[in-house]
Design a protein around this ligand. Sequence first.
Ligand SMILES: Cc1cc2nc3c(=O)[nH]c(=O)nc-3n(C[C@H](O)[C@H](O)[C@H](O)COP(=O)(O)OP(=O)(O)OC[C@H]3O[C@@H](n4cnc5c(N)ncnc54)[C@H](O)[C@@H]3O)c2cc1C
Length: 389
Amino acid sequence: MRIAIVGAGPAGLVLARVLHRHGIPATVREADASPDARPQGGCLDLHTGSGQRAMYEAGLGAEFEAIARPEGEDHRILDHTGTVLVDHESAGTDERPEVDRADLRRVLLDSLPAGTVQWGRRLTGVDNPTSGRRLRFADGTTVECDLLIGADGAFSRVRPLLTDARPSSAGSGWIDLGTVAPGHPAADVVGRGSFWAMGEERVVGGQRRAGGEVGVSISLRVAPGWGAAFDVADVPELLRGWAPVVRRLVEAAEGPAVARELMVTPVGMTWRSTPGVTLIGDAAHLMPPVGEGANQAMLDGLELGLALAAKPDDPAAAVAAFEAEMTARTTPIAEESARMQAMLLAPTAAQDMARFFSRPAVAAGAGGPRPGGGGPDSRRRPRSGVDTA
Ligand SMILES: Cc1cc2nc3c(=O)[nH]c(=O)nc-3n(C[C@H](O)[C@H](O)[C@H](O)COP(=O)(O)OP(=O)(O)OC[C@H]3O[C@@H](n4cnc5c(N)ncnc54)[C@H](O)[C@@H]3O)c2cc1C
C-alpha cells in the first residue's frame, strides 16, 4: 500500500515513526524547504497520557527523556499590576515536562530512515478524489497513493476532500515578540519555566527554553481580520499602566514580532469516513492553543499508526475505527480548551486562574487543558519572594 503523509509536524512525524516501527513504509511530504527552513517556535509541555505516551510507544522514550525539562513545569501567574498570584515550583514529577519544539522535531526526524521525509513538497491539489489519489505539488511534481493522510495543520489542503468545514476565528490573537537573550535580567521574573501576566483581556507570556533564552508573547482578544492590521508599534499602548516588570520583559524581547489571528475548526467536526483519505492533528481538530493541540496531534499519529498495523489487510476499517476514537477523545478537549481560552482572556482572568490553580491538588493534576504544568505533589505558593518591583 502506498501511504502518503502530508506534513512533517508532530502528527505526521509520529505517524511515520510508528508505521516504520511496524514495518509499514510511508513517505512524508513537507512544504518547508528543509528541517531548518523556519524557526520551530517555543516549547511544548508533553503530557503523560498523550504526547509522552506517543514518544514511549514510538520507541523514543530515552530520546524524549534526553530533551525533556521537568523544571520547565515551574510557572508564575501575576496580575497586570505585578501582584504574584501563583508561584508554582515543579516537584519534578515529569507529568508535563517541557521540550523545545525544534528538539522534538529533530528527535522524530532522526528516528526515520533517510528519505522518509521529502522537503519542499507543498501539496496544492488532489485528483481522482474517489479512488486512488494523485497528489499535485507546487514544484510541478505529482505522485499517486492508496492512502492519503492530511497532517498538514490548520489550513490543511487535504481537509476539503472530507468536509466543507473551514477554520474560523477563535476571537483571539497571538503576538510572538521573539526571545530575550539568556542571562538578561529582565527575564529573571520568568524563572525556569513559564510566566503569565494577565489582565485587561490580554496575557503576556514568557517561556524559558533549553538554551536559557525566553520566548515572549502576548495573547489578546481581537476582531476577525486583526492580524493584517497589527503594528508592532502598538505594543507599548497595549500595556499602558501595566507593572514595570512586565513591560521590561516585553521591551527586552528582540523580535522580529509576528502577529497571527488564532483559528479553530468547529468543535466535534466529523466527516463521512472515506476509504483512502483521512486527517490527523490540527487538520482534524484545530483548537485554541492552551496546551493540548500538539499532544493530541502526537496521540493521533500513534493511534492511527497502531490501527493500520493491527489491520494491514483492511485499512479502510482501521481508518474508520481510528476516526471514531479520535473524535470521541478530542471533542471534550476542544470544548475545554475553548472554555480555558475564554477564561484566560476574561477581565477577571488573573483571579480566575488563581482560583483554578488552588483547586484540590488531585483535580488540578488530573489532566486537560491548562496554561502550564502542576501535578498533585506540586508546591504552590500564593505569594512569593519573586521580585516584581
Ligand atoms: C501560539 C501557539 C502556541 C501553542 N502552544 C502549544 C502548547 O504549548 N502545547 C500544545 O500541545 N500545543 C500547542 N499549540 C498547538 C500546536 O502547535 C499544534 O496543535 C500542533 O503543532 C499540531 O501538529 P500538527 O502536526 O497537526 O500540525 P503542524 O504542527 O501545523 O504541522 C503541519 C506541517 O504541515 C506542513 N504543511 C502545511 N501545509 C502543507 C502543504 N500544503 N503541503 C505540505 N506540507 C504542508 C507544515 O509546514 C507543517 O510542517 C500551540 C499553537 C500555537 C499557534
